[in-house]
Ligand binder design. Structure first.
Ligand code: NDP
Ligand code: 8X3
Length: 238
């Protein structure tokens, strides 16, 4: 199995790379931080191919995918994970740059990777696209405005893909996690570690391994089973 994971330098993507590597799968891990990709390469060895690009950059994404060596080219599973939230301000005062960054990474990023990898999956009549949505797609909260909307896009796009690939053996899943401790809040609060820590105070959040486990479970169902969407929250959240 060949698994292409965007955002493998931290959080869910990194944990998912480790989970599939345990099965002996070949992993293509992407991200902007080269040193993190190199560390994962050192850990996972020949099974792991690092690919450095920004998912917001359409040409860089296309070039990176076109550059895949033959032994990594026939991607079975695409995990569209790269992305995140920026800011928690109300819509009337939120930073437009933050909004654009979220739209570019969380929406355009998954659209680009999907568009460049899906045709070969359809041609081979085999493949699985796993998109990282969020509970924020369904449950709005103050300051979640554009972030939640990008994840609502992920949900609808996933279901739209299902409609388009119907009649082939290509599967599509929207994974929707709730509160999970990764670098997510540190990124959202632009490096303010104290504010990021406060998000998880008094909770037992999900871990990146919990999400990797869910992704792995969706992908390893029998070929005739498509998990359309899977939603996970820590027990302490509702
Ligand atoms: P992290 O911040 O820990 O990891 C985010 C990953 O995405 C990093 O590897 C980062 O790599 C990559 N990334 C971000 N922007 C870009 C970009 N423009 N180009 C390439 N790579 C990028 O977050 P999580 O692991 O928690 O989040 C992963 C996904 O799950 C996101 O889509 C997030 O919205 C979603 N999610 C997270 C939840 C949570 O509570 N943690 C809950 C629900 C959904 P690099 O910086 O090296 O480029
Ligand atoms: C991340 C979960 O609730 O912080 O998508 O938006 S939440």
């Amino acid at each position: 199995m060949i698994v292409f994971i965007t955002g493998a330098t931290a959080g869910f993507g990194q944990a998912t790379a480790r989970r599939f590597a345990k099965d002996g799968a070949k992993i293509i891990g992407t991200g902007r931080r080269k040193e993190r990709l190199d560390e994962l390469k050192n850990e996972l060895g020949e099974l792991f191919l690092p690919l450095q690009f920004d998912v917001r950059d359409r040409k860089a994404t296309e070039d990176a995918i076109k550059s895949l060596p033959q032994v990594f080219a026939e991607v079975d599973v695409l995990v569209n994970n790269a992305g995140g939230a920026l800011g928690l301000d109300p819509a009337q005062s939120a930073d437009l740059e933050d909004w654009e960054t979220m739209i570019d990474a969380n929406i355009k990023g998954i659209v680009y990777c999907t568009r460049f990898l899906l045709p070969a999956m359809v041609e081979r009549n085999r493949g699985h696209i796993v998109n990282l949505g969020s509970i924020a797609a369904e449950f709005p909260y103050p300051g979640g405005n554009v972030y939640g909307a990008t994840k609502a896009f992920v949900h609808q796009f996933s279901y739209g893909l299902r409609a388009d690939v119907l009649g082939t053996n290509v599967r599509v899943t929207d994974v929707q996690p709730g509160l999970c401790k990764t670098e997510f809040s540190e990124v959202r609060f632009k490096g303010d570690k104290q504010r990021a820590e406060a998000v998880y105070e008094g909770t037992q959040p999900l871990t990146a391994d919990d999400i990797a486990d869910a992704i792995h479970w969706c992908v390893t169902r029998p070929a005739h089973v498509n998990i359309n969407a899977i939603q996970l929250m820590p027990t302490c959240q509702a």
